[in-house]
Design a protein around this ligand. Structure first.
Ligand code: SF4
Length: 93
């Protein structure tokens, strides 16, 4: 991809971000950065964890749900088409 094309895309994304900020209702582009929690499964109970802390009592997540591979691949394709630049893969905690 040429330098001009990359520069054009960056300017376009920035302009769409500014338009979205002024609009206040509609985002004209996808997210720049996304974190995908691939699974809730964990065998620890860290006290500071937002989903597995023993202090959460009834609010503790009990599911070991894991995202299906085809769903993740579809999401990655969608994010690519929306211009997402960074993706972090993480667990549930
Ligand atoms: S998800 Fe991470 S922070 Fe939470 S209990 Fe497991 S290891 Fe600890």
């Amino acid at each position: 991809m040429s330098r001009f094309s990359n520069r054009y895309k960056k300017i376009r994304r920035t302009v769409l971000e500014i338009i979205g900020a002024f609009d206040g209702v509609f985002a004209y582009k996808g997210p720049r950065c996304v974190q995908i929690d691939l699974t809730n499964a964990c065998n620890n109970n860290c006290i500071g964890c937002w989903c597995n802390s023993p202090l959460l009592d009834d609010y503790k997540q009990t599911s070991d749900a894991t995202l299906p591979t085809d769903m993740v691949l579809s999401l990655l394709n969608e994010l690519k088409n929306m211009g997402t630049e960074e993706i972090y893969f993480a667990g549930g905690g």
